[in-house]
Design a protein around this ligand. Structure first.
Ligand SMILES: *Cc1c(COP(=O)(O)O)cnc(C)c1O
Length: 357
């Protein structure tokens, strides 16, 4: 197989150990004589996968007993709607730090009274707003911890006077999280914990059941709590790969070890961006994401963009094109992205600099 350095934003790189275990399970799942995608989701062998996956989540993120962990379909985008339907009675507050946050707010507005407390749209979401007040009469305050497209991140667990809800699609499991600070955490698995097809939700049970609207069965979190995420057929393949991905996280020392490695990788690349006169970072320094690193050609060198893209491609770099709304470059350094790949990108940037001295 061709050797590449995969910096895709999602779906993206996954741990080789998880891929290998999945290939084995596609041949023979746990001695059943069947591929994992052909066993009944009502079998005891499958139940064991669900139990183990939940247990891994609980252990890795130290999720307290009064929180439930759900594995659903529909992606983070369906959670934009479900969060509002299940939690919004009088008022909801949103921090608009990117188009994902904006889309979440749009869905909430369709459900009830949702307000934007602050936005960084004025500067293409290149920073996290700091001066805002969270209305204390809100049912919840919604944040997007990592802004995948712009490379900004809220890197701490904030104190919030109301229920805190977080879209953690692209930084879940990248660092230890104090789950108790949040009422609900959700995200699509396909950035840092698995393949596309499964959505995780961590919810404190006492925030549910407070709204007066009719909740369609499939959009009511309580349906999936009662059904242990198997009210209907779960996305078995995606859940299996997620389990193997989390086993890999655990084998490396858990989220603390991941965080240390992620900080090292991000520092390596940001240092090069700051040092190399041909490139410049786009995110405000204090808000720089450790998962998605965004940069462009430095002023005066804009004409080299296509050339660098081709140069990097020749050297095996994949997925470094910035999101179409931002342009430039974006390297996603998720958990499974090895430090050697980041070094390869840094080497590539240095070679390119020499070429243009
Ligand atoms: C990718 C992404 C989404 C969208 O996820 P889907 O599972 O495709 O709906 C939402 N929020 C953030 C922060 C993302 O990175």
């Amino acid at each position: 197989m061709k050797k590449v350095h995969n910096f895709n934003a999602g779906p993206c790189v996954l741990p080789q150990a998880a891929i290998d275990a999945t290939i084995e399970a596609l041949k023979d799942f746990n001695g059943t004589g069947m591929p994992v995608i052909c066993v009944s989701h009502r079998s005891k062998e499958w139940d064991a996968v669900m139990d183990e996956t939940r247990a891994l989540w609980r252990e890795l993120l130290d999720i307290p007993e009064d929180y439930e962990i759900l594995f659903l379909g529909g992606g983070a985008s369906t959670q934009f709607l479900m969060v509002a339907m299940n939690l919004l009675e009088n008022k909801a507050a949103y921090l608009e730090t990117g188009v994902w946050a904006k889309k979440a707010l749009k869905e909430a507005k369709g459900i009830g009274n949702a307000v934007c407390v602050a936005s960084s749209a004025d500067k293409t979401y290149c920073y996290i707003p700091k001066d805002y007040e969270i209305p204390t009469d809100a049912d919840y305050f919604h944040i997007t911890t990592n802004n995948t497209i712009y490379g900004t991140e809220i890197k701490y667990d904030m104190d919030c006077p109301v229920n805190l809800v977080a879209d953690m699609s692209s930084d879940i499991m990248s660092r230890p999280v104090d789950v108790r600070k949040y009422a609900l955490i959700y995200g699509g698995a396909q950035k840092n914990v698995g393949p596309a097809g499964v959505t995780f939700v961590i919810v404190r049970k006492d925030v549910l059941g407070k709204v007066t609207r009719y909740l369609p069965t499939m959009l009511d979190y309580r349906t999936h709590i009662d059904g242990l995420s198997m009210f209907n057929t779960p996305p078995v393949f995606a859940i299996f790969v997620m389990k193997e991905t989390l086993k890999w996280v655990k084998s490396l020392g858990g989220v603390k070890a991941m965080h240390k490695l992620n900080l090292e990788k991000a520092e390596l690349l940001y240092n090069e961006i700051d040092r190399n006169p041909l490139f410049v970072g786009t995110a405000a320094r204090e808000d720089r994401s450790i998962m998605n690193v965004c940069f462009v050609m430095a002023p005066g060198h804009e004409d080299l963009q296509d050339e660098f893209m081709a140069f990097a491609k020749e050297r095996g770099m994949v997925g470094i094109k910035g999101h179409r709304s931002v342009g430039g470059f974006r390297a996603s350094l998720y958990n499974a992205c090895p430090k050697e790949d980041v070094q390869a990108l840094v080497d590539c940037m240095q070679e390119f600099e020499k070429l243009h001295k």
